[in-house]
Design a protein around this ligand. Structure first.
Ligand SMILES: [Zn+2]
Length: 121
């Protein structure tokens, strides 16, 4: 299941981005863009994220996955179209379709909960 290694990489990136906010900062929501060609199953990604985030700054954070529909442009007619894994030839001119979107795996934003500056705990 490659979602687990993706989730681990994602968590490393989250920890890196939260570092400037201090040791008490926590991620509460994580927004991820995933291209349709990455063959990432959202349910599996959620499970792996939850498991991998135990004991990290993102423990208990909500993972919001935005799936990007793969698109490409035909090198012949220049027409843009949605594509899937098996379909990289333009049905009109039988020429290759150049990929424009669909391979993303992008940490778009993180919602962070910072500690109370007064520090009463
Ligand atoms: Zn074409």
């Amino acid at each position: 299941m490659h979602e687990m290694s993706l989730a681990m990489g994602l968590l490393r990136e989250i920890e890196r981005q939260l570092k400037p906010y201090g040791p008490e900062a926590r991620a509460t929501r994580v927004f991820l863009e995933v291209g349709g060609l990455r063959a990432v199953f959202p349910e599996a990604m959620q499970l792996c994220f939850r498991a991998a985030s135990q004991g990290t700054v993102a423990e208990g954070a909500e993972l919001v996955i935005d799936e990007i529909v793969p698109r490409g442009r035909c090198v012949g007619c220049g027409r843009e179209r949605e594509i899937d894994h098996t379909y990289f030839l333009c049905p009109d001119c039988d020429l290759p379709v150049k990929l424009l979107a669909g391979e993303e795996l992008l940490l778009r934003s993180i919602e962070i909960e910072e500690p109370d500056p007064k520090g009463d705990k």
